[in-house]
Ligand binder design. Structure first.
Ligand SMILES: C[S@@+](CC[C@H](N)C(=O)[O-])C[C@H]1O[C@@H](n2cnc3c(N)ncnc32)[C@H](O)[C@@H]1O
Length: 403
Protein backbone atom coordinates (compact mmCIF):
# COMPACT_ATOMS: atom_id res chain seq x y z
CA UNK A 1 0.00 0.00 0.00
CA UNK A 2 1.24 3.45 -0.84
CA UNK A 3 2.35 5.47 2.08
CA UNK A 4 3.05 9.01 2.35
CA UNK A 5 6.26 10.08 0.95
CA UNK A 6 4.49 10.45 -2.37
CA UNK A 7 1.57 11.92 -0.50
CA UNK A 8 -2.20 11.93 -0.38
CA UNK A 9 -2.76 8.22 0.05
CA UNK A 10 -3.66 6.33 3.18
CA UNK A 11 -4.92 2.95 4.26
CA UNK A 12 -8.55 3.07 5.25
CA UNK A 13 -7.59 1.80 8.69
CA UNK A 14 -5.14 4.68 9.08
CA UNK A 15 -7.89 7.15 8.30
CA UNK A 16 -9.44 6.17 11.60
CA UNK A 17 -6.20 5.58 13.45
CA UNK A 18 -5.33 7.83 16.35
CA UNK A 19 -1.77 7.69 17.60
CA UNK A 20 -1.52 7.29 21.36
CA UNK A 21 0.23 10.61 21.82
CA UNK A 22 -2.62 12.42 20.11
CA UNK A 23 -5.03 11.01 22.63
CA UNK A 24 -3.00 12.12 25.59
CA UNK A 25 -1.78 15.42 24.28
CA UNK A 26 -3.91 16.99 21.67
CA UNK A 27 -2.45 20.42 22.29
CA UNK A 28 0.85 19.79 20.53
CA UNK A 29 -0.51 20.76 17.18
CA UNK A 30 2.01 23.22 15.85
CA UNK A 31 2.87 21.97 12.38
CA UNK A 32 6.51 21.24 11.80
CA UNK A 33 8.01 20.06 8.57
CA UNK A 34 6.69 16.57 7.83
CA UNK A 35 10.05 15.19 6.78
CA UNK A 36 12.67 15.30 9.50
CA UNK A 37 16.30 14.59 8.85
CA UNK A 38 17.58 11.77 11.06
CA UNK A 39 21.12 11.87 9.78
CA UNK A 40 22.89 13.20 6.74
CA UNK A 41 21.28 10.88 4.18
CA UNK A 42 18.14 9.52 5.79
CA UNK A 43 14.78 11.14 6.17
CA UNK A 44 12.17 9.99 8.59
CA UNK A 45 8.47 10.67 8.19
CA UNK A 46 6.90 12.22 11.28
CA UNK A 47 3.34 13.35 11.78
CA UNK A 48 3.56 17.13 11.88
CA UNK A 49 0.75 17.27 14.44
CA UNK A 50 1.55 14.59 17.02
CA UNK A 51 5.22 14.15 16.15
CA UNK A 52 4.96 10.37 16.10
CA UNK A 53 6.72 8.51 13.36
CA UNK A 54 4.31 6.37 11.40
CA UNK A 55 4.58 5.15 7.81
CA UNK A 56 1.02 5.86 6.78
CA UNK A 57 0.65 9.59 7.15
CA UNK A 58 -0.91 11.65 4.40
CA UNK A 59 0.71 14.69 2.89
CA UNK A 60 -0.72 18.13 2.21
CA UNK A 61 -2.35 18.17 -1.24
CA UNK A 62 -0.61 21.42 -2.12
CA UNK A 63 2.02 20.29 -4.63
CA UNK A 64 4.75 22.41 -3.07
CA UNK A 65 4.09 21.39 0.53
CA UNK A 66 5.79 18.48 2.28
CA UNK A 67 3.90 18.61 5.58
CA UNK A 68 2.57 15.17 6.52
CA UNK A 69 0.23 14.02 9.26
CA UNK A 70 -2.11 11.25 10.37
CA UNK A 71 -5.63 11.66 8.95
CA UNK A 72 -7.18 11.69 12.40
CA UNK A 73 -4.68 14.18 13.81
CA UNK A 74 -5.65 16.33 10.83
CA UNK A 75 -9.32 16.09 11.73
CA UNK A 76 -8.58 16.92 15.35
CA UNK A 77 -6.50 19.92 14.29
CA UNK A 78 -9.28 21.14 12.00
CA UNK A 79 -7.39 20.55 8.75
CA UNK A 80 -9.45 19.69 5.74
CA UNK A 81 -9.37 15.93 5.12
CA UNK A 82 -11.72 14.56 2.48
CA UNK A 83 -12.04 11.56 0.25
CA UNK A 84 -10.40 12.59 -3.02
CA UNK A 85 -12.87 10.75 -5.17
CA UNK A 86 -16.09 9.88 -3.36
CA UNK A 87 -17.51 7.73 -6.09
CA UNK A 88 -14.49 5.64 -6.82
CA UNK A 89 -15.03 2.03 -6.08
CA UNK A 90 -12.41 0.51 -3.91
CA UNK A 91 -13.32 -3.03 -4.75
CA UNK A 92 -10.58 -4.62 -6.74
CA UNK A 93 -11.00 -7.73 -8.80
CA UNK A 94 -9.64 -10.99 -7.45
CA UNK A 95 -6.51 -10.81 -9.58
CA UNK A 96 -5.71 -7.24 -8.70
CA UNK A 97 -2.93 -6.66 -6.28
CA UNK A 98 -4.49 -5.97 -2.91
CA UNK A 99 -1.59 -3.61 -2.23
CA UNK A 100 -3.39 -1.11 -4.46
CA UNK A 101 -6.52 -0.93 -2.36
CA UNK A 102 -5.98 2.64 -1.27
CA UNK A 103 -8.26 5.52 -0.61
CA UNK A 104 -7.21 8.83 -2.00
CA UNK A 105 -7.54 11.58 0.55
CA UNK A 106 -7.55 15.24 -0.33
CA UNK A 107 -6.13 17.25 2.52
CA UNK A 108 -4.52 20.59 3.24
CA UNK A 109 -2.23 21.54 6.09
CA UNK A 110 -2.84 24.54 8.35
CA UNK A 111 -1.02 26.85 5.98
CA UNK A 112 -2.69 25.72 2.77
CA UNK A 113 -6.21 24.99 3.91
CA UNK A 114 -8.72 27.26 2.14
CA UNK A 115 -10.78 28.24 5.20
CA UNK A 116 -10.98 26.79 8.70
CA UNK A 117 -13.21 23.71 8.96
CA UNK A 118 -14.56 24.21 5.45
CA UNK A 119 -15.40 21.16 3.44
CA UNK A 120 -14.53 20.88 -0.19
CA UNK A 121 -16.73 19.53 -2.90
CA UNK A 122 -16.20 19.04 -6.56
CA UNK A 123 -18.66 20.98 -8.68
CA UNK A 124 -19.84 20.12 -12.20
CA UNK A 125 -16.80 21.75 -13.79
CA UNK A 126 -14.59 19.58 -11.54
CA UNK A 127 -13.00 22.58 -9.87
CA UNK A 128 -12.69 22.60 -6.10
CA UNK A 129 -14.84 25.01 -4.15
CA UNK A 130 -15.79 25.47 -0.51
CA UNK A 131 -19.29 24.97 0.84
CA UNK A 132 -20.95 26.14 4.04
CA UNK A 133 -19.00 25.99 7.26
CA UNK A 134 -20.09 23.01 9.30
CA UNK A 135 -19.23 24.78 12.55
CA UNK A 136 -18.23 21.51 14.11
CA UNK A 137 -16.37 21.79 17.39
CA UNK A 138 -15.67 18.76 19.60
CA UNK A 139 -17.53 18.91 22.94
CA UNK A 140 -15.66 20.80 25.63
CA UNK A 141 -14.08 19.10 28.61
CA UNK A 142 -15.69 20.28 31.89
CA UNK A 143 -12.64 19.70 34.11
CA UNK A 144 -10.10 20.70 31.46
CA UNK A 145 -8.46 17.29 31.38
CA UNK A 146 -10.16 14.08 30.29
CA UNK A 147 -7.96 11.97 32.52
CA UNK A 148 -9.06 13.85 35.69
CA UNK A 149 -12.75 13.32 35.19
CA UNK A 150 -14.47 10.65 37.28
CA UNK A 151 -16.18 7.80 35.48
CA UNK A 152 -19.83 8.60 34.93
CA UNK A 153 -21.87 5.42 35.31
CA UNK A 154 -25.06 7.17 34.23
CA UNK A 155 -23.37 8.14 30.99
CA UNK A 156 -22.56 4.55 30.05
CA UNK A 157 -23.16 3.42 26.51
CA UNK A 158 -25.56 5.63 24.75
CA UNK A 159 -26.60 7.95 27.58
CA UNK A 160 -25.28 11.09 26.01
CA UNK A 161 -25.46 14.65 27.19
CA UNK A 162 -27.88 16.89 25.25
CA UNK A 163 -25.08 18.81 23.49
CA UNK A 164 -23.46 15.53 22.37
CA UNK A 165 -26.80 14.35 21.00
CA UNK A 166 -27.32 17.64 19.21
CA UNK A 167 -23.83 17.42 17.72
CA UNK A 168 -24.38 13.88 16.40
CA UNK A 169 -25.94 14.84 13.05
CA UNK A 170 -23.19 17.40 12.49
CA UNK A 171 -20.58 14.79 13.27
CA UNK A 172 -22.17 12.51 10.74
CA UNK A 173 -21.82 15.22 8.11
CA UNK A 174 -18.33 16.01 9.28
CA UNK A 175 -17.05 12.53 8.59
CA UNK A 176 -19.24 12.23 5.53
CA UNK A 177 -20.87 9.01 6.62
CA UNK A 178 -23.96 9.71 4.60
CA UNK A 179 -26.45 6.86 4.64
CA UNK A 180 -27.80 5.36 1.44
CA UNK A 181 -30.74 3.09 0.88
CA UNK A 182 -30.01 -0.38 -0.38
CA UNK A 183 -31.59 -1.65 -3.53
CA UNK A 184 -31.81 -5.37 -3.25
CA UNK A 185 -29.61 -8.22 -2.28
CA UNK A 186 -26.44 -7.03 -3.93
CA UNK A 187 -26.09 -3.77 -2.13
CA UNK A 188 -23.53 -1.93 -4.16
CA UNK A 189 -25.29 -0.04 -6.96
CA UNK A 190 -22.09 0.67 -8.80
CA UNK A 191 -21.51 -3.04 -9.02
CA UNK A 192 -24.49 -3.49 -11.33
CA UNK A 193 -22.21 -4.02 -14.33
CA UNK A 194 -20.44 -6.79 -12.56
CA UNK A 195 -23.79 -8.27 -11.55
CA UNK A 196 -25.15 -8.21 -15.11
CA UNK A 197 -22.12 -10.13 -16.27
CA UNK A 198 -22.85 -12.50 -13.40
CA UNK A 199 -23.11 -15.89 -15.03
CA UNK A 200 -19.65 -15.55 -16.57
CA UNK A 201 -18.03 -14.23 -13.41
CA UNK A 202 -19.86 -16.64 -11.08
CA UNK A 203 -18.28 -19.75 -12.47
CA UNK A 204 -14.86 -18.10 -12.56
CA UNK A 205 -15.27 -16.91 -8.96
CA UNK A 206 -16.18 -20.42 -7.89
CA UNK A 207 -13.09 -21.79 -9.59
CA UNK A 208 -11.05 -19.10 -7.84
CA UNK A 209 -12.50 -20.10 -4.48
CA UNK A 210 -11.90 -23.81 -5.10
CA UNK A 211 -8.33 -23.10 -6.16
CA UNK A 212 -7.85 -20.99 -3.05
CA UNK A 213 -9.18 -23.80 -0.85
CA UNK A 214 -7.00 -26.36 -2.66
CA UNK A 215 -3.89 -24.26 -2.23
CA UNK A 216 -4.39 -23.89 1.53
CA UNK A 217 -6.14 -27.04 2.64
CA UNK A 218 -5.56 -30.73 2.42
CA UNK A 219 -8.51 -31.58 0.17
CA UNK A 220 -8.27 -35.30 0.90
CA UNK A 221 -10.26 -34.61 4.08
CA UNK A 222 -13.56 -32.80 3.63
CA UNK A 223 -14.15 -32.31 7.36
CA UNK A 224 -12.00 -29.61 8.88
CA UNK A 225 -11.31 -28.93 12.52
CA UNK A 226 -12.09 -25.48 13.94
CA UNK A 227 -8.35 -24.77 14.10
CA UNK A 228 -7.93 -25.63 10.39
CA UNK A 229 -10.90 -23.47 9.40
CA UNK A 230 -9.51 -20.63 11.49
CA UNK A 231 -6.09 -20.95 9.88
CA UNK A 232 -7.62 -20.93 6.39
CA UNK A 233 -9.81 -17.93 7.23
CA UNK A 234 -6.85 -15.93 8.52
CA UNK A 235 -4.61 -16.82 5.61
CA UNK A 236 -7.17 -15.94 2.93
CA UNK A 237 -9.38 -13.11 4.17
CA UNK A 238 -7.60 -10.50 2.05
CA UNK A 239 -8.14 -12.60 -1.06
CA UNK A 240 -11.80 -13.25 -0.22
CA UNK A 241 -12.96 -9.87 1.13
CA UNK A 242 -12.58 -6.22 0.22
CA UNK A 243 -13.84 -2.93 1.56
CA UNK A 244 -15.90 -0.53 -0.52
CA UNK A 245 -18.38 2.31 -0.28
CA UNK A 246 -21.54 0.85 1.21
CA UNK A 247 -25.14 1.72 0.44
CA UNK A 248 -25.95 1.22 4.11
CA UNK A 249 -23.40 3.47 5.79
CA UNK A 250 -19.90 4.78 5.02
CA UNK A 251 -17.66 1.91 4.09
CA UNK A 252 -18.57 -1.75 4.22
CA UNK A 253 -17.06 -5.16 3.56
CA UNK A 254 -17.82 -7.07 0.38
CA UNK A 255 -17.25 -10.68 -0.64
CA UNK A 256 -14.84 -10.92 -3.56
CA UNK A 257 -15.79 -14.58 -3.90
CA UNK A 258 -19.00 -16.52 -3.21
CA UNK A 259 -19.18 -18.18 0.20
CA UNK A 260 -21.35 -20.92 1.63
CA UNK A 261 -23.39 -20.90 4.84
CA UNK A 262 -21.18 -21.66 7.83
CA UNK A 263 -17.95 -20.33 6.26
CA UNK A 264 -15.70 -18.41 8.61
CA UNK A 265 -15.54 -14.98 6.98
CA UNK A 266 -13.19 -12.91 9.14
CA UNK A 267 -12.04 -12.36 12.71
CA UNK A 268 -13.15 -9.24 14.58
CA UNK A 269 -9.84 -8.25 16.12
CA UNK A 270 -8.82 -5.31 18.25
CA UNK A 271 -7.79 -4.27 21.71
CA UNK A 272 -9.50 -6.07 24.61
CA UNK A 273 -10.72 -3.52 27.19
CA UNK A 274 -13.20 -3.36 30.06
CA UNK A 275 -16.60 -1.69 29.38
CA UNK A 276 -15.81 1.46 31.46
CA UNK A 277 -12.63 1.99 29.42
CA UNK A 278 -14.53 1.44 26.16
CA UNK A 279 -17.28 3.87 27.19
CA UNK A 280 -14.79 6.47 28.24
CA UNK A 281 -12.79 6.23 25.03
CA UNK A 282 -15.93 6.40 22.94
CA UNK A 283 -17.40 9.30 24.88
CA UNK A 284 -14.30 11.44 25.29
CA UNK A 285 -12.24 10.70 22.25
CA UNK A 286 -13.78 8.77 19.41
CA UNK A 287 -17.14 10.56 19.31
CA UNK A 288 -15.44 13.80 18.40
CA UNK A 289 -12.63 12.39 16.26
CA UNK A 290 -13.99 9.35 14.49
CA UNK A 291 -17.51 10.73 14.17
CA UNK A 292 -20.80 9.00 14.53
CA UNK A 293 -19.47 5.49 13.95
CA UNK A 294 -18.34 3.19 16.69
CA UNK A 295 -15.84 0.37 16.41
CA UNK A 296 -16.53 -1.33 19.74
CA UNK A 297 -17.66 -4.94 19.88
CA UNK A 298 -19.18 -5.97 23.22
CA UNK A 299 -18.38 -9.63 23.93
CA UNK A 300 -20.12 -9.70 27.32
CA UNK A 301 -20.55 -7.51 30.40
CA UNK A 302 -16.84 -7.76 31.20
CA UNK A 303 -15.15 -7.49 27.83
CA UNK A 304 -15.24 -5.13 24.86
CA UNK A 305 -13.07 -5.26 21.74
CA UNK A 306 -11.96 -1.77 20.70
CA UNK A 307 -11.17 -1.98 16.99
CA UNK A 308 -10.75 1.76 16.46
CA UNK A 309 -6.99 1.74 16.35
CA UNK A 310 -6.12 -1.91 15.94
CA UNK A 311 -7.56 -4.93 14.19
CA UNK A 312 -8.72 -6.02 10.78
CA UNK A 313 -11.16 -4.61 8.23
CA UNK A 314 -13.88 -6.56 10.08
CA UNK A 315 -14.68 -3.37 11.97
CA UNK A 316 -16.17 -1.97 8.77
CA UNK A 317 -18.94 -4.58 8.57
CA UNK A 318 -22.28 -2.78 8.74
CA UNK A 319 -25.42 -3.77 10.60
CA UNK A 320 -28.48 -5.25 8.96
CA UNK A 321 -31.77 -6.42 10.42
CA UNK A 322 -31.71 -9.26 7.85
CA UNK A 323 -28.02 -10.08 7.96
CA UNK A 324 -26.08 -12.63 5.94
CA UNK A 325 -23.56 -13.18 8.75
CA UNK A 326 -23.50 -13.64 12.50
CA UNK A 327 -20.78 -13.42 15.15
CA UNK A 328 -19.66 -16.10 17.59
CA UNK A 329 -16.87 -16.37 20.12
CA UNK A 330 -14.93 -19.55 19.43
CA UNK A 331 -11.99 -21.14 21.16
CA UNK A 332 -8.99 -22.18 19.09
CA UNK A 333 -6.10 -23.87 20.89
CA UNK A 334 -7.26 -22.35 24.18
CA UNK A 335 -7.56 -18.77 22.84
CA UNK A 336 -10.88 -17.03 22.30
CA UNK A 337 -11.63 -15.33 18.98
CA UNK A 338 -14.64 -13.39 17.70
CA UNK A 339 -15.47 -14.82 14.30
CA UNK A 340 -17.94 -13.55 11.73
CA UNK A 341 -19.59 -16.57 10.10
CA UNK A 342 -21.72 -16.70 6.94
CA UNK A 343 -25.34 -17.20 8.01
CA UNK A 344 -26.40 -18.26 4.52
CA UNK A 345 -24.77 -18.58 1.11
CA UNK A 346 -23.23 -15.25 0.12
CA UNK A 347 -22.93 -14.19 -3.51
CA UNK A 348 -19.90 -12.58 -5.04
CA UNK A 349 -19.77 -8.82 -4.35
CA UNK A 350 -22.54 -8.99 -1.73
CA UNK A 351 -22.01 -6.75 1.27
CA UNK A 352 -21.41 -8.61 4.55
CA UNK A 353 -23.69 -7.62 7.42
CA UNK A 354 -24.52 -8.90 10.86
CA UNK A 355 -27.03 -7.88 13.48
CA UNK A 356 -25.24 -5.56 15.92
CA UNK A 357 -27.92 -6.16 18.60
CA UNK A 358 -27.10 -2.69 19.88
CA UNK A 359 -28.24 -2.38 23.50
CA UNK A 360 -28.99 1.05 24.88
CA UNK A 361 -31.91 2.04 27.04
CA UNK A 362 -31.74 5.75 26.13
CA UNK A 363 -30.31 5.98 22.63
CA UNK A 364 -31.86 4.75 19.40
CA UNK A 365 -29.63 4.44 16.36
CA UNK A 366 -31.64 4.70 13.13
CA UNK A 367 -31.03 1.78 10.78
CA UNK A 368 -30.48 2.27 7.05
CA UNK A 369 -30.16 -1.39 6.06
CA UNK A 370 -33.30 -1.01 3.92
CA UNK A 371 -34.33 -4.66 4.10
CA UNK A 372 -38.07 -5.42 4.14
CA UNK A 373 -37.95 -6.60 7.75
CA UNK A 374 -35.83 -3.67 8.96
CA UNK A 375 -36.64 -2.80 12.58
CA UNK A 376 -35.97 0.86 11.81
CA UNK A 377 -33.31 0.95 14.50
CA UNK A 378 -30.00 -0.81 14.99
CA UNK A 379 -31.04 -1.43 18.60
CA UNK A 380 -32.09 -4.90 19.69
CA UNK A 381 -35.53 -3.69 20.76
CA UNK A 382 -36.64 -7.03 22.22
CA UNK A 383 -33.56 -7.39 24.41
CA UNK A 384 -33.99 -3.77 25.52
CA UNK A 385 -37.59 -4.41 26.53
CA UNK A 386 -36.47 -7.44 28.53
CA UNK A 387 -33.75 -5.32 30.18
CA UNK A 388 -36.27 -2.60 31.10
CA UNK A 389 -38.52 -5.22 32.75
CA UNK A 390 -35.56 -6.46 34.81
CA UNK A 391 -34.62 -2.93 35.82
CA UNK A 392 -36.14 -1.54 39.04
CA UNK A 393 -35.55 2.01 40.22
CA UNK A 394 -34.17 2.54 43.74
CA UNK A 395 -37.52 3.73 45.19
CA UNK A 396 -39.21 0.58 43.89
CA UNK A 397 -36.92 -1.58 46.01
CA UNK A 398 -38.37 -2.84 49.30
CA UNK A 399 -36.20 -2.99 52.35
CA UNK A 400 -35.67 -6.55 53.43
CA UNK A 401 -35.59 -7.26 57.15
CA UNK A 402 -33.84 -10.46 57.81
CA UNK A 403 -35.48 -12.37 60.66
C1 LIG B 1 -18.34 -0.58 12.92
S1 LIG B 1 -18.89 0.89 12.09
C2 LIG B 1 -19.27 0.20 10.53
C3 LIG B 1 -18.40 0.80 9.47
C4 LIG B 1 -18.90 2.13 9.01
N1 LIG B 1 -19.81 1.97 7.88
C5 LIG B 1 -17.74 3.01 8.58
O1 LIG B 1 -17.66 3.43 7.44
O2 LIG B 1 -16.89 3.30 9.42
C6 LIG B 1 -20.39 1.03 12.95
C7 LIG B 1 -21.12 2.31 12.65
O3 LIG B 1 -21.62 2.30 11.34
C8 LIG B 1 -22.92 2.85 11.32
N2 LIG B 1 -23.83 1.81 10.82
C9 LIG B 1 -23.55 0.52 10.59
N3 LIG B 1 -24.62 -0.14 10.13
C10 LIG B 1 -25.63 0.76 10.07
C11 LIG B 1 -27.00 0.68 9.68
N4 LIG B 1 -27.56 -0.43 9.25
N5 LIG B 1 -27.73 1.81 9.75
C12 LIG B 1 -27.18 2.97 10.17
N6 LIG B 1 -25.90 3.11 10.54
C13 LIG B 1 -25.12 2.02 10.50
C14 LIG B 1 -23.27 3.29 12.72
O4 LIG B 1 -22.96 4.66 12.82
C15 LIG B 1 -22.33 2.48 13.57
O5 LIG B 1 -22.00 3.13 14.76
Amino acid sequence: MKSTTDGRWAHLACAIWIPETCLSDIKRMEPIDGLNRINKDRWKLLCSICGVSYGACIQCSNNNCRVAYHPLCARAAGFCCELGDEDRLHLMSFEEDEENQCIQLLSFCKRHRPLSNDRLIKDERTTWKTIENLDYAPPSNPSGCARCEPYNYAGRRGRKEPEALAAAPLKRLYVENMPHLVSGLIQHGALSNMVSAKSATDSKALVDLLNLRKSYLDTSTSILSMAEKYKFMRATFKKRLAFGKSRIHGFGIFAKLPHIAGDMMIEYAGELVRPPVADRREHLIYNSLVGAGTYMFRIDDERVIDATRAGSIAHLINHSCEPNCYSRVISVNGDEHIIIFAKRDIKQWEELTYDYRFLSIDEQLACYCGFPRCRGVVNDTEAEERAVKLHASRDELIEWDAE
